[in-house]
Design a protein around this ligand. Sequence first.
Ligand code: F6R
Length: 612
Amino acid sequence: MCGIVGYIGNNAVAEELINGLKNLEYRGYDSAGVALNDNKNIDIFKAKGKLCNLCDVLNLHQKDLQNSTGGIGHIRWATHGSPTVENAHPHCSADGKLVLVHNGIIENYKELREELVKEGFAFVSQTDTETAVHLIDRTYRQTHSLEEAVLNAVKRLKGAFAFCIMHKDEPDKIIAVRKNAPLIVGLGDNENFIASDIPAVIGKVKKIIYLDDAEMAIVSKNKVEIKNFNGQLLDKKAELISFSAETISKRGYKHFMLKEICEQPDIIRNILAQRMSDVNNQIQLPQVNWNEILKKSKVEIIACGTSLHAAMVAKYFMEDLLGIPVHVEAASEYIYRKTVTDENTLTIGISQSGETADTITAVKQAQDKNAHILILTNRPDSSIVRYADSLIPLEAGIEVSVAATKSYTAQLISLYLLTLAWAERKESLTVRLQKLKQELLEIPAKLEEILSNENCIKKCSELFQKYKSFIYIARGINLPTAMEGALKLKEISYINASGYAAGELKHGPIALLDENMPVLAVLIPGTPTYDKILSNCEEAKARQAHLIAVTSSHDEHLNTIFDEIIQIPFSDEVFSPVLANVPLQLLAYHIADNLGREVDQPRNLAKSVTVE
Ligand code: F6R
């Protein structure tokens, strides 16, 4: 959560910072702020709410901004202290000379604050961040060296932090430090950038340096030095940015979410082309250590939110195709109990961002218990990767919309590939395996068919947008599909929605049913539970609920039960979660859009949840 940027160079500093922050808005949008240094003074501008509010403030001060040569900026997802202007970053020392922006949480801020208050430091915000400012300022007053003051202070801080720091008396530099929160330095010509994530510098620089934990960058216009927390100079290699500016543009779509939904067929086609040339060749996952994985007798998958739903789907087909036990758990639960993880366990951590604090902690705990760690992430440059013994990059491209869509589909495809690759290395399932591999290759075309039906889903959204609450039902491998569909609707439209196992409806939730509670059912024909779900839908209809089906069945009888039928192409049940999910993404999208919601930036959310 929170995004930070820094810029030092000859361009208009405020503009560079705002451009960077715009591309980090997925990290938070409770408040925004910048500090601009013109070699004489440091001026701070802040605003509550979205970045556009800060732009308004800056426009009012346009004439004061001309001479800036460096600056730092921040967008906030509030943790400590409500989203007010006082709590917005940058924070500064009492004399206004030292300014700092922070991403992360300083866990020992209370004791540090007490210590500093006793010494006479006055706090003006409720944030944990302000302790860091005063701590650095305290040493600076003695040493008059920003570098020394920062190194001294970071040794006292517990928790996670990425900082950008400037001092009025050292106007030629910005200092950036990192511990358990991502940070990169973008290398330009006569200018340099600092940012929480690559999108902030795409199109600005070609090369970046990834800071590792316990590292500090001293960034000037013409020079970047990287040191460790002992002050020793490090020789870090710069890496080329592989993303183009295209990846972070809407390309004519109204929202990033819709663009990302529509990208799914091409993404899957690319993944399959990389991993699977044809059904007769072995699936290639080059960063997976099969020697280790083939020895494992049990699997546990840890993730959060949408990634957890992908894990839940995987449990069904992994147990089915591999015959080994698969345990799935929310990372936030896993980390607070005694697990039976051991050296016979393959622990799979799934995280789109690779920065989710709960998932990182859980994976670390599993590693401490000698499990083999396989990471699935869309960001092979992220923090979680440092715990990976094996890795599957998701290759979904940068996902900008806060609601996860294409990364979920890419997670499912990667989990299918892992399972099929494992099965073929165990030399089991030969006939079924060939058939499944063939069907996997057909998925992109089937997704295209679903997307071509968008107008029908839009029409359905118009009929159903008036409801205040929804129930999504399914069984077996599509229970997580129902849960994911409900989550998508909830998070972007703010309509209450719950995903239930259809068989559980009669054990309680049926009490909710009436004409105001629509039921959406995912029904896959040819499965043992198809008729059972149909009966559950009849029961809902008998209680006046309005019903939507997402199904590959063409059974005429469905017209007598359902108000709307959203058709998906037929597939083996194993792959039905990928297909059934896309209409649910579109339904949630159109309902939210019809209601005028901020689809790409839903309230209270942020894309990387870097706090527990
Ligand atoms: C929902 C959503 C979240 C994330 C969750 C985990 O649309 O995006 O539920 O799935 O915060 O994030 P990652 O996968 O980055 O660990």
